[in-house]
Design a protein around this ligand. Structure first.
Ligand SMILES: C[C@H](O)[C@@H](O)[C@@H](O)C(=O)CO
Length: 543
């Protein structure tokens, strides 16, 4: 490959914006870089870190956009470059530099659930894809397995890596039953005719450039953004009375939801934090109603996090049909008996998908409560005698209780980790119930909207295994154990263009396949380029 300094790789690492997160996660990053460097040196190459450990900040991450620009300013643009990630990172810290880098780029994450490093890398991959920047990507637990070593060798010698993508099939080349196609297309045409409003509370969350749909692309689907402000949300929270907040909380307690309250505001969830979340829930619905939004997204992580509690409980409630009633100041029930689909972290790609799915599932006679999750990690597990790769989908908020074993009774609220959320607030946590799902992801590539989708199965794992997986990751967040049909771990990782994945349940296996086909047709009718991934029955089969 073309190179600056002979056989030398420049390494950069992007981090969080929050000092506490960068400090807490630095040890894992340091260890990962050591293992990665050893693997690279075995091929006779050297690694040069482009930015040092900062002893005042106590971490060695790029932690701002300006810093990223300055680091890249001093990098030879022709040199091969690796972005190494073992933590959640803000892609915009390094995106500017990567847009002008000419040498080969490789993104690498360690196969560990401890911190959201795989999630961070997948977000970066989505951002690079949207920005039209060529890159290759790899992941490994110990940096000595064949998949990683072969991939690294290929990259070192050619500057790119080829992946097995035989699990992907273009919708335009597929034939599905006419009835499914008609259903999907008719649904999409009527959605597009009516048009839909996507309420965006402060666009652009945590450097997730990939999550922003350019208006020009969005409008073609019939969706239009209403740009809302989190300041307005906070102001509306101040209008909600204690009595109204108490009513929401009592409704949840009556349903059997558990709140793990303590008294220390810094480290524990308190009742007053929960009540503030109940106010946010009411305020969000009132603003959505004021602007006739069909779906909303609260980014929370910047701005609101310095002012008030986390939005997670709010998001999970909004995504559920059975939720505490919310009334206007005049006393009218708003969005009665409906979910108000919420896109976590204002991920607009997820917002579009969420509304389409929620409405389409209704037409198909199913409940369409859906959510995004982070693709956090996964391991093989023996499920009913079959050794399967079981993904661990986890999200800091937004999972509806309808997805959980025992619904609200199986749900609890834990304090958000202090390193991310200083002012606390609780999650809506539970274990997703076994059943068949349709998974999907809308993303921007070549200045067009694309959608990957397929069928999966949520499996039940013994509680000891669930707890082990929770303890290896973030035990405060809702969890889903998913098997993606006909897709290996490495095929999925190489293909997926986002940190998030959308999931919705179907009534049974055959209906998941049917709904997947109908959804594909609907997305196609909206002008989105659709790709089936993994095993999707393209013809009607008996379950
Ligand atoms: C709290 C963290 O920043 C999370 O929000 C992060 O891991 C994500 O969920 C990214 O999708």
């Amino acid at each position: 490959m073309k190179q600056g300094v002979l056989k030398q790789i420049v390494l950069v690492s992007s981090g969080d914006l929050r000092l506490s997160a960068n400090q807490n996660c630095w040890a894992a990053q340091f260890q990962m870089e050591g293992n990665l460097t050893t693997a690279i040196e075995k091929f006779g190459w050297t690694v040069k870190r482009a930015h040092p450990y900062n002893s005042t900040k106590k971490h060695g991450f790029i932690d701002s956009q300006r810093m990223g620009m300055d680091v890249f300013h001093d990098i030879d643009p022709n040199q091969p470059l690796i972005v190494a990630e073992s933590v959640w990172q803000y892609s915009h810290h390094i995106l500017a530099g990567l847009t002008t880098h000419k040498g080969p780029i490789l993104t690498v994450a360690n196969w560990s659930g401890q911190w959201p490093g795989l999630v961070g890398m997948l977000n970066l991959n989505g951002c690079l894809t949207k920005a039209g920047i060529n890159y290759s990507t790899l992941w490994s637990e110990n940096f000595d397995d064949d998949f990683f070593t072969d991939g690294l060798q290929e990259w070192l010698s050619t500057g790119k890596i080829s992946y097995d993508q035989s699990h992907v099939k273009s919708f335009s080349l597929s034939k599905i039953p006419l009835a499914d196609e008609k259903k999907g297309r008719a649904f999409a045409r009527s959605l597009k005719n009516r048009k839909a409003i996507m309420g965006v509370f402060d666009e652009g969350c945590m450097g997730m450039y990939n999550a922003i749909i350019p208006d020009e692309l969005l409008h073609k689907t019939g969706f239009f953004k209403e740009r809302l402000s989190q300041s307005a949300l906070y102001a509306a929270m101040l209008q909600v009375t204690e009595k109204e907040a108490e009513a929401v909380l009592n409704w949840l307690i009556k349903k059997g939801m558990k709140f793990n309250w303590g008294t220390n505001e810094q480290t524990e969830l308190t009742k007053s934090q929960t009540l503030e979340q109940c106010k946010m829930y009411i305020a969000a619905v009132r603003i959505a109603d004021e602007f006739s939004c069909d779906t909303i997204g609260i980014q929370y992580q910047q701005g609101l996090k310095d002012l008030t509690v986390a939005s997670d409980l709010v998001e999970g409630l909004l995504n559920n049909e059975d939720r505490p009633p919310v009334y206007s100041i005049e006393g009218k029930e708003l969005y009665a008996k409906q979910a108000l689909p919420h896109f976590n972290e204002v991920d607009e790609c997820a917002g579009l998908d969420s509304l389409v799915t929620y409405k389409l599932w209704k037409e198909l006679g199913m409940t369409g409560e859906n959510t995004l999750h982070d693709i956090r990690w996964g391991e093989n597990y023996n499920v009913e005698g079959l050794n399967q790769f079981v993904w661990l989908f986890l999200i800091s908020g937004a999972a509806p209780s309808a997805h959980f074993i025992d619904g609200y009774k199986g749900a609890s609220s834990d304090r958000q980790p202090a390193m991310y959320f200083r002012l606390g607030g609780g999650t809506l946590k539970g274990i997703s119930k076994p059943g068949f799902i349709v998974w999907s992801r809308v993303y921007v590539c070549d200045n067009a909207l694309h959608c990957d989708l397929g069928v999966g199965e949520v499996v039940a794992l013994p509680i000891e295994e669930t707890n082990r997986r929770w303890n290896e990751t973030t035990p405060e967040w809702p969890i889903m154990h998913a098997v993606l049909k006909g897709i290996s771990r490495d095929q999925m990782m190489a293909r997926h263009k986002a940190n998030h994945i959308q999931v919705v349940y179907a009534n049974y296996e055959a209906s998941a396949h049917e709904a997947c086909r109908v959804k594909a047709a609907a997305m196609d009718e909206l002008g989105i380029t659709v790709h089936f991934c993994g095993e999707v029955n393209l013809i009607k089969k008996r379950s």
